[in-house]
Design a protein around this ligand. Structure first.
Ligand SMILES: [Cu+2]
Length: 129
């Protein structure tokens, strides 16, 4: 009996948008590459500097207005491919921030994947797009 090839799930280019003083919400983005032969799922993330972190998707409603809503089942990360968290698409919402992320800083997120387990992710804080 031979073991399945050991592929990897990796997180690249994790980044968080800086916010002005007093703003208590921000968004985080990243690329997730799934080089395993098993679909995975991002189910939850945490950040010690925020009250909670939600996984959001962006939709256009019947009036043509862009809206975000929590993805209750998390984000699928297909085997042999991956998924992108990006502006205008799926993203992480950092809610009830205790401190505003400032450009140049790096913050530590913790994310749970159904198959790959919990990962600690360093996200750089950026300004603008
Ligand atoms: Cu959002």
């Amino acid at each position: 009996m031979s073991a399945a090839p050991a592929g990897k799930l990796s997180v690249l280019d994790a980044r968080v948008r800086s916010v002005p003083p007093g703003v208590r919400i921000s968004a985080a983005y990243m690329q997730i590459a799934n080089r395993t032969d098993q679909d995975d799922r991002l189910t939850a993330c945490r950040y010690t500097g925020a009250g909670k972190v939600e996984i959001h998707e962006t939709l256009v409603d019947a009036e043509g207005v862009m809206r975000m809503r929590p993805m209750q089942d998390g984000l699928k990360i297909p085997a042999g491919a991956g998924a992108a968290l990006r502006p205008g698409g799926a993203h992480l919402m950092l809610i009830n921030l205790n401190v505003e992320p400032r450009a140049g800083q790096t913050i530590q997120l913790e994310c749970d994947f159904a198959a790959a387990g919990t990962r600690s992710i360093a996200a750089r804080v950026f300004e603008g797009e």
